[in-house]
Design a protein around this ligand. Structure first.
Ligand SMILES: [Zn+2]
Length: 111
């Protein structure tokens, strides 16, 4: 597989996890009370990854407000397609490098 195809595949995987988290957030928001920490799925490019990241809604919204950024378990970032823009002990926030941005933009569930 060439690099472009590989990058596209990684970007699509990450977009898929983002959709799962969007749904998760919507479901949890309907529950009474606001849980302090929520488990979101890692949005890294590895399709087999099922790890969870603990975040507050506020933190997740901060990541989601930019369609180029994703949340991953620290160490799950893929330096060839993304760069870490925020590091915490619980999660890292990664931003797509320019050439894969178009894919993640067109798959963003939020218009
Ligand atoms: Zn992961």
């Amino acid at each position: 597989m060439d690099d472009a195809a590989r990058e596209a595949r990684i970007a699509r995987n990450e977009s898929r996890f983002r959709e799962i988290n969007e749904q998760l957030e919507a479901d949890l928001r309907r529950l009474p009370g606001d849980p302090e920490m929520v488990s979101f799925v890692c949005e890294c490019g590895n399709r087999a990854c099922a790890d969870l990241v603990q975040m507050t809604f506020e933190e997740y919204e901060g990541v989601r407000s930019n369609s180029h950024t994703f949340v991953v378990v620290p160490g799950h970032e893929m330096p060839e397609v993304e760069e870490v823009v925020q590091r915490t002990v619980r999660f890292h926030v990664v931003a797509k490098v320019e050439r894969t941005q178009r894919i993640v933009e067109t798959t963003d569930p939020r218009p």
